[in-house]
Design a protein around this ligand. Structure first.
Ligand SMILES: Cc1cc2nc3c(=O)[nH]c(=O)nc-3n(C[C@H](O)[C@H](O)[C@H](O)COP(=O)(O)OP(=O)(O)OC[C@H]3O[C@@H](n4cnc5c(N)ncnc54)[C@H](O)[C@@H]3O)c2cc1C
Length: 440
């Protein structure tokens, strides 16, 4: 019997999970362009600090089986934490999510948030509000003018770096509607919790988020080829030939987890409309600034959202609060995230400028003391967030259909070009494997 040779392009979480699930079903090779697997989940360890270079990652899921899968992979190398996340607003730390922290606001702001939230509900009941068609309208429609203008709109503008009126509603499907009781309680200062699926989260004790990938890699040893940047893919005599420009490898089947743009650009004979649709997909990129501090403890926060437009970073994580083993004894760490789009002002800033501005901002906000900084690093990632612009569904459908025709499967965050968290990626790898078992 001929053994099917399968290439899994990309060794991020999706590629490694697929290889683990499919490893007895053929001869599997994970092809990764970097010198190690991990993708967005790579971590660096230096001078006693461990940082997740793709931004702050925590382990959580609504799906108990997937959560258990992730935790069992870590084989005891994990800690559980209760979320203590804040939003920095007018110098105050507001409980997250914002609608659950209204009593922390100055009284006038608290009133405006509650008043407009209730006004909105009345208008909705009377059929006086048009259902939203884009993210900006959705912020007003779901939360009212107060919460929308004080937090949601400035914060979302800062993250997406794309006009909110041009972002479709696919993305917001994942955000729960706030119950009225909770909003009233929150305004009165009666404790409530939002996004409860994330209230308790897990994090590797040692090794940062890449520990999850390392655990998977251990299970698929011998199936990984690193330093192989896929540049060309063609079909010859019923076989797929994958090339990095120097050497070629031959397969019966390809499953791609690499960004869809890389896949399409590697293929020969792609129709013009598919190329156009690919070029029209919108995404944003990420800079992470990693800061080590000679301070035993900065605060008790998990992470902090900063909607203020004058501050460069939109989100700051505190890794040494996730696990004490990711910083040397007596020191602490901060991981600042800054999104950008190619060609914008941030994309043109020098790395030293980004680091200096981030440290200055955090110092001025009283989050760090810059005289205590003892470690600095910076990383850039081209693909961080999929932007669901208005033409997203149309474009992605054109590309999907083409890939179906030529029988290349796509699984994962930038392969499917979909807002997928780690648990979603694992789920999609499981669903793919089930389908594979049925249909081959
Ligand atoms: C800022 C940020 C924070 C996040 N926080 C969380 C969180 O807290 N919890 C959570 O569950 N999820 C989080 N996520 C999502 C999580 O990172 C992703 O769901 C997951 O890492 C996606 O894995 P993937 O394998 O699909 O993609 P990737 O990690 O992008 O992997 C793709 C792989 O393909 C390789 N590759 C690319 N091009 C080529 C090529 N031409 N040839 C060969 N190889 C190639 C890449 O090097 C990479 O290893 C976060 C994401 C971001 C951006």
């Amino acid at each position: 019997m001929n053994i099917m040779k399968i290439a899994i392009l990309g060794g991020g979480l999706t590629g490694c999970t697929l290889a683990y699930l499919l490893k007895d079903k053929g001869s599997i090779e994970v092809i990764e362009k970097e010198s190690e697997c991990g993708g967005l989940m790579r971590s660096i360890q230096e001078d006693g600090f461990t940082f997740d270079i793709g931004g702050s990652h925590i382990i959580f899921s609504k799906d108990k089986d997937i959560l258990n899968f992730m935790i069992s992979l870590l084989d005891g190398n994990y800690v559980q934490r209760r979320r203590n996340t804040k939003i920095l607003y007018k110098g105050r730390f507001i409980k997250y999510p914002f609608e659950n922290g209204l009593a922390d606001l100055p009284k006038e702001d608290n009133f405006e948030c509650l008043y407009h939230f209730i006004q909105n509900l009345i208008k909705k009941e009377r059929g006086e509000l048009k259902p939203p068609t884009n993210l900006r309208e959705w912020c007003y429609y779901t939360f009212g003018k107060g919460i929308a203008e004080k937090y949601l709109i400035p914060y979302n503008e800062k993250v997406w770096k794309y006009p909110l009126e041009k972002i479709s509603l696919e993305w917001v499907e994942r955000i729960p509607n706030p119950p009225i009781e909770d909003v009233i309680k929150s305004a009165l200062g009666i404790p409530t919790e939002g996004y409860t699926h994330q209230l308790y989260f897990y994090y590797p004790k040692y090794g940062g988020i890449q520990a999850l990938i390392k655990a998977l890699e251990f299970k698929i040893q011998g199936n990984i080829i690193t330093n192989f940047n896929v540049k060309r893919i063609k079909k010859e005599n019923g076989k797929w030939i994958v090339s990095n420009g120097k050497s070629e490898r031959e397969y019966d089947k390809i499953i791609s987890t690499i960004p869809i743009q890389h896949l399409i650009n590697s293929l020969e004979g792609v129709p013009r409309d598919v190329r156009e649709a690919t070029n029209n997909l919108k995404y944003n990129s990420l800079v992470t600034v990693m800061i080590g501090l000679d301070t035993p403890k900065l605060n008790d926060f998990s992470w902090l959202y900063i909607p203020d437009r004058d501050v460069l970073t939109h989100r700051v994580g505190f890794p040494s609060n996730y696990s004490p083993y990711v910083a040397p004894k007596g020191k602490s760490s901060v991981l600042a995230e800054i999104t950008f789009r190619e060609g914008d002002e941030i994309s043109k800033m020098k790395e030293t400028e980004i680091v200096e501005k981030t440290i200055d901002d955090l110092h001025k906000l009283g989050i760090i003391d810059k005289s205590k900084v003892c470690y600095i690093n910076i990383a850039r990632l081209k693909y961080a967030y999929v932007i669901n612009d208005i033409d997203y569904s149309k474009n992605i459908e054109i590309i999907r259909k083409f890939l179906q025709q030529i029988k290349i499967d796509i699984v994962g965050r930038f392969a499917e070009f979909k807002y997928l968290n780690m648990d979603d990626c694992i789920k999609r790898a499981i669903v793919f494997t089930r389908r594979f078992d049925k249909n081959g």
